[in-house]
Write a protein that binds this ligand. Structure first.
Ligand code: GLU
Length: 304
């Protein structure tokens, strides 16, 4: 497959879409990013790398981090995890309080904020230093040892995180947090503040296309069973409440964030990350979604 040519075609195809979405503006660090940024990186399970545009530029990965913290937590508690968080699509906004209330403090899935807060709680209970554990995990998976949290973003998240505060308090009130609300929120705001490039993100999810074996260490990160489960959760819960639309158009398991990034995997073939900050009404990258749709169209292959 000539991925160099395919990425070039994609970058041309998406041009008319710039200016149609809206860059996230709830914190200054996100609203300051130019909407015209576009990067895409793809890694094959055979070891080839392809990229185009701003693929080496780091951006705020935001909710894409939920995929990695889930993966880390699954390693600590296995199937026990599902007693505290569900695995069904939410069909509701990612920060819905209503849903959490009528489901008695059991978040619908780990990809919405309430679910991610429970995952943070699991990490705090199973590590000495949960922030460092998340950072170490991202560094190992991506092979980039200088990945850091962006302190300004983490602070802004905390300054504006009123709804997350409400969700965490509601979880605590329902007995679904073991640790202090403050500690859980601190970890959550920090995971949102991770900054990574498309190239680093694509490498960090390559094992999910490769039966759980990491790209650079030839080391098993996850078992094939865990890979199946993570990819299933991505496919059904990874794109906010537009997950059906993404499956319909793109046909790959993926996870998005309001920084404009999306990661996706084509099992046994490749991993891919795309970044473009202008979002659609659901909070997904408008250009990023179109780019991935065009990728599966041009390759003629998806998980279906
Ligand atoms: N950091 C934001 C929040 O938790 C957004 C995360 C995202 O959906 O990408 O509200």
């Amino acid at each position: 497959m000539d991925f160099d040519q395919i990425l070039l075609e994609i970058s041309r195809y998406v041009q008319p879409l710039f200016g149609k979405g809206k860059v996230a503006d709830y914190i200054p660090a996100l609203s300051a990013v130019p909407g015209t940024k576009f990067g895409m990186a793809l890694h094959t399970v055979g070891g080839e790398t392809f990229q185009i545009g701003d693929a080496e530029e780091r951006f705020s990965i935001q909710s894409i981090s939920k995929l990695f913290t889930l993966s880390l937590a699954m390693g600590f508690v296995g199937e026990e995890l599902w007693r505290r968080v569900g695995r069904e699509p939410s069909g509701n906004p990612f920060n819905s309080l209503v849903q959490l209330e009528y489901e008695h403090g059991i978040p619908r899935n780990p990809m919405i904020n309430a679910g991610a807060l429970v995952i943070c709680d699991v990490l705090l209970s199973h590590t000495k230093d949960a922030r460092q554990a998340v950072l170490d995990y991202m560094r190992v998976l991506s092979g980039a040892h200088d990945i850091v949290f962006d302190a300004a973003i983490a602070r802004s998240e905390a300054d504006t995180g009123y709804i997350n505060l409400a969700l965490a308090n509601f979880l605590k009130g329902n007995g679904n947090l073991e640790n202090d609300v403050e500690a859980v929120l601190d970890l959550y705001f920090h995971q949102c503040s991770l900054v990574m490039s498309c190239s680093e993100l694509s490498r960090a999810v390559l094992h999910l296309a490769n039966g759980g074996v990491s790209w650079h260490l030839s080391e098993t990160i996850l078992t094939p069973g865990q890979v199946k489960r993570l990819n299933a959760v991505m496919l059904t819960c990874g794109l906010y409440d537009a997950v059906g639309e993404f499956a319909y158009r793109v046909g790959l398991p993926g996870k998005s964030g309001v920084g404009g990034g999306i990661v996706a995997v084509m099992p046994r073939e490749y991993s891919v990350a795309v970044w473009s900050p202008e979002l659609d009404a659901f909070g997904n990258s408008m250009v990023g979604g179109a780019a991935l749709e065009y990728l599966t169209t041009l390759t003629g292959r998806s998980v279906f």
